[in-house]
Write a new protein. Structure first.
Length: 515
């Protein structure tokens, strides 16, 4: 008899077959049903020629079918590429070609629009979840598979493409623990921060996209603990509060934009929501203003919030735990025991405590190169294994880490460094502002000047002149925006990160910006 892998879907299907494992909207599957569906899908895929050597690109929203496909790929031992559903055909073609993808699974409403991106590439199978389309196998065929019980030896090997702000996205293989020596692996697994279990009856809400590392890692960590996963296909602030109450959610990871949307709901809606089941909230990917963090702590609870800092290339390397949120509110935490973080100047020399510079990080899972690409050069990965993150920050006297901005976002006006994050935080203190983005635009006299773009809270109004006046007592004159534009919605990627390259593009077209 085949041994059941520990911490697996198969294990929980045996231990508690009739308990709910995964839910989305009004649909749900028990552990036995999820395992059975994944098993059938695995056999169907195998019959269609899919095996361990295949790389499968999955372009799907958070939904039950994603969990079934992921479970099937785990049983087959395939690699899995998270394919951003917002990518254009040209961008899709780059990711598929670069990753050497051979199988595509998508839930596009019009999958035929993807066919030009696949032309000439070695795609041997394309599957459509929702729409019937020539050239695509309907997802329903996967559930017709039959065969003996298959067991996953591990989670699918996950490949995520960095969103990037310049150049083509680059692939990062996330499960790099196999490359560690035994001692380093023990230290890494002991300290890495993905998920803190309380019991096998906890409930995780996932409304992060599955083409980003956070979504799949939450899913597999929850599956390993035997915790029910509730999926929200598209984030909606009011619906998120309803889901938390209805499913008694205990664990939730969110980006700052999600919290901003909830904070902007009518007070009556906020007050009526039952958040009492929450035991842990995690956030990261973007800085949180002091005002937003204060609201999170007051609204959700003082002892829930974990703020994490990391990147696909280095893993999670710092955490600000709940007990330190009030003491170090601007920090993103203490470096984890396995991480080394150095703050360096432009010449590569390490800076003293309290001085801001570029952050270089070394961890057990730091990449040596991107997928199917040459090794990283010394400008990105030095001889001692430190990776250049592109973030600007500093450490305080207690060793806590602070991120002040991205190096590429820094504005240089008249030879003075200006950090947009500081200006954005001031703009976000205005009662009408939901979010803000600050960029540098070309200026013949000073090199760059400061422009700001603001998205307003629903039902609120103001104008650029009022926002500039708001900044006057709070910022030195050289930091104040010269112009402020009101936008219906700021450009963001699927993770809620502001796409400043889209804001810069009209101003820097044909010009070279040196940072």
């Amino acid at each position: 008899m085949t041994a059941i892998p520990p911490r697996s879907i198969e294990l929980w299907a045996q231990k508690k077959p009739h308990e709910a494992a995964i839910a989305e909207g009004s649909d749900s599957l028990t552990w036995a049903d999820l395992d059975d569906a994944a098993n059938r899908a695995a056999h169907a895929l195998r019959a269609l020629g899919v095996g361990p050597a295949d790389v499968v690109a999955v372009r799907m929203h958070p939904r039950i079918e994603w969990g079934i496909v992921a479970g099937a790929l785990a049983k087959l031992g395939c690699a899995m590429v998270g394919l951003n559903y917002r990518l254009t055909p040209g961008e899709i073609r780059h990711v598929i070609a670069d990753s050497k993808t051979t199988v595509l699974v998508c839930d596009d409403a019009q999958p035929a629009q993807l066919l030009p991106a696949l032309e000439g590439l070695p795609i041997k199978l394309a599957i459509s979840v929702d729409a019937d389309c020539p050239g695509f196998v309907p997802y329903a065929r996967l559930l017709e598979g039959r065969g003996e019980k298959l067991y996953a030896e591990a989670d699918p090997r996950l490949i995520i493409y960095t969103s990037g702000t310049t150049g083509q996205p680059k692939g990062v293989e996330l499960d790099r623990s196999a490359d560690l020596d035994e001692a380093a692996l023990r230290e890494f697994l002991k300290n890495r921060v993905i998920y803190t279990p309380f019991s096998d009856h906890d409930v995780t809400l996932i409304n992060m996209p599955f083409h980003h590392a956070a979504g799949p890692m939450q899913f597999w960590a929850s599956m390993a603990q035997g915790n029910k996963v509730v999926l929200q296909r598209r984030f909606d602030a009011e619906d998120t509060l309803r889901i938390i109450a209805e499913h008694r959610v205990s664990h939730w990871t969110a980006v700052p934009t999600m919290f901003k949307r909830i904070a902007a709901l009518p007070q009556a809606v906020q007050d009526a929501a039952d958040r009492s089941s929450l035991r842990e909230i995690r956030t990261g990917t973007a800085p949180i203003t002091h005002e937003l963090k204060d609201w999170i702590l007051r609204y959700f609870g003082e002892h829930l919030l974990h703020e994490v800092y990391g990147a696909s290339e280095i893993g999670v390397v710092a955490v600000l735990r709940p007990e330190m949120q009030r003491h170090k509110p601007a920090s993103c935490g203490l470096p984890l025991p396995y991480a080394k973080i150095e703050i360096r100047d432009a010449d590569g020399s390490e800076l003293p405590t309290g001085q801001a510079g570029e952050m270089w990080v070394k961890s057990p899972v730091t990449i040596s190169g991107y997928l199917n690409a040459p090794p990283l050069g010394p400008d990105t990965l030095d001889a001692n294994g430190f990776f250049r993150t592109g973030d600007v920050g500093y450490k305080d006297e207690d060793g806590f880490l602070y991120i002040t901005d991205r190096a590429k976002d820094m504005i240089i006006a008249g030879g003075v460094n200006i950090y947009p994050a500081e200006i954005e935080a001031v703009l976000q203190r205005h009662p009408a502002v939901l979010d803000a983005a600050v960029i540098g635009v070309p200026d013949d006299e000073f090199g760059e000047r400061v422009f700001a773009f603001c998205e307003l809270k629903p039902g609120k109004s103001t104008d650029g002149a009022a926002l500039i006046a708001h900044c006057e007592p709070l910022l030195a004159s050289y930091k104040r925006p010269r112009q402020v534009f009101i936008m219906e919605e700021l450009p963001r990627n699927a993770m809620g990160k502001l796409l400043k390259k889209d804001l810069r593009a009209p101003y820097w077209k044909g010009k070279s910006r040196q940072v």
